[in-house]
Design a protein around this ligand. Sequence first.
Ligand code: DC
Length: 230
Amino acid sequence: MARPKINIAVDGHSSTGKSTLARQLAAKLSYTYIDTGAMYRAVTLYALRENLIPGSSPDEALPKELNNIQLRFEFNSEKQISELLLNGENVEAEIRTQAVAEQVSTIAAISAVRKHLVAQQQEMAKDGGVVMDGRDIGTVVLPQAELKIFMTASHEVRTKRRFNELREKGQEVSLEEVSKNLAHRDDLDSNRADSPLRQAEGAYLLNNSNLDPEKQLEIAYHWALEKITA
Ligand code: DC
């Protein structure tokens, strides 16, 4: 008999490698990976393009636009990853820029935006077999997820990771800029009124400051198997 498919929530601070772990874990289990940060980034990109930030009171203007924003993940079989389409346009590269990173926490703090995206995320996970990463997956989106993982790492380690990632993409940023942006995002994500970043009840803590990706995957896979066979 096939093993029952569970849902797995992966939350944690920015640049802790949540998406790397969630994607690898999903592949190893033949589950679907859903990157909810990409969804907040795509709404931010839309807001930037439509001049809905800053100043023009995005918390009023943007909610009215939400029904004009269609988000869909499409699997790219060549790259073996799912990519996000914003109104049919592949925005994978554009949502990872520093311009989007600078505004995304502000957009993610708007309750109407969260409500809209949370409903879509719950729909995506309704049949199980999903590994979803974000900030509020274990607390708000999928509080019934069978396995919840909360990832963290030291600020220095995360700054270096993000810096290397941006440099590899050819983006000109300084270590100091990246460090400040991370601290700012941590602050906004952890202190916003709606769904602040918290370790969910029952979530397993994974501090990967000194863990290589293989070891981390092994730990998470072991936790998943425990839950699947429980
Ligand atoms: O995981 P990420 O860095 O791509 O997320 C981008 C931003 O979106 C981050 O500042 C926090 C926010 N976010 C959120 O509030 N809730 C989620 N479920 C996922 C991301």
